[in-house]
Design a protein around this ligand. Sequence first.
Ligand SMILES: Nc1ncnc2c1ncn2[C@@H]1O[C@H](COP(=O)(O)OP(=O)(O)OP(=O)(O)O)[C@@H](O)[C@H]1O
Ligand SMILES: NC(=O)c1ccc[n+]([C@@H]2O[C@H](COP(=O)(O)O)[C@@H](O)[C@H]2O)c1
Length: 355
Amino acid sequence: MSAFMEETKCLLPRIAFIACGCFSPPTPMHLRMFEIARDHFEMQGTHKVVGGIISPTHDSYAKKGLASSLDRCAMVKLAVQSSNWIRLSDWEVHQNQWMRTQSVLQYHQNFMNNYLNSASGAGDAEPNGSLPGWLPFSLRERTDPVHLKLLCGADLLESFAVPGLWADADIEDIVANHGLVVITRCGSNPEKFIFESDILTKYKRNITLITNWVPNEVSSTLVRRLLSRGQSVKYLIDDLVLEYIKRQRLFNVKSKYITDAVRPNHLIFNHAYTDNNKNAASTLISEQNMDESDSPSPQLLQQATSRVFCCGDTSPRGPKLLRVGPGQAVQVITMQSDEKSESQAKKQKIAQVQL
Ligand SMILES: Nc1ncnc2c1ncn2[C@@H]1O[C@H](COP(=O)(O)OP(=O)(O)OP(=O)(O)O)[C@@H](O)[C@H]1O
Ligand SMILES: NC(=O)c1ccc[n+]([C@@H]2O[C@H](COP(=O)(O)O)[C@@H](O)[C@H]2O)c1
């Protein structure tokens, strides 16, 4: 029986997930999204999930509270240390400018296609000949394609309605050619949102809505707020990520809060990440923890600060929107949430800017 099930599993179409976001800092819910999504597809018995990719956005996204990409990547690396299938892609942060999510999906999908199609299996290896660290381990166990789906929380889905933030063509490409996996979030109503959108309704079959029965409204904004007030975030984020934040004094962390002993040995890897990316010769890199994606990037060093409007739209449509960069629109959304849950506030703000 189990042999039969294994065989059936082998025949299932393969998928991988990519989550795009700020991860400033990464929270357990960012990782839970992947576990929830994988469980869903495996329990449905419709797909084989081969990998999960976290792709932090570029520094020039310019959202309030965005730590440097070096720090965000280092924190994500720490956060995924305990996972054997979720990995960091630092491709996006190494580009010269902010990348639209559609382009991020396209790049990673193309890379996997080329890798699977190339005779040697080398695909588009990095300039140094190695493969990027985000590539799922088991990709070449089979030769059939792997479809990359965008994994997100319902608030990101609802941000599709923020005027000027997403190009319709991009939304259509994402849902038509890749697919969307949406995890519910308190205060959002993705079913209604899809119903109200012609594009999303048209490609509804490519959108997987998953109810998170164990919701947790931790968000990066909330963590940053507590840190800056000198309040505890222990058990809200990974201990290693917290240690990194304290050590690097990120998010305006209050000095009172950083009196805890920091265990430097746990942070060796992250120094390796940041040092390596700063082109410094690092003697701390361990084979076990580092991978080929941790490459020095001249572009990153230059820290392209050009601020971008999203989607190539001609001009922002309202006084509140997109004055500086695409992250600014959502910055507005995330600011009012003292009394209500984060996503509730986001939803309300989105509703406001739509008026
Ligand atoms: N608690 C949560 N439940 C469900 N999805 C979440 C949760 N927190 C984050 N996400 C999802 O994780 C992805 C990346 O999130 P991102 O870091 O950009 O946002 P965030 O954690 O809400 O941060 P911020 O508070 O800075 O806006 C998004 O798709 C977002 O919807
Ligand atoms: N037009 C687009 O492709 C577009 C617009 C807004 C946000 N995003 C992405 O969505 C992710 C989440 O952004 P927020 O944290 O601002 O919701 C980021 O990775 C960002 O780059 C993409």
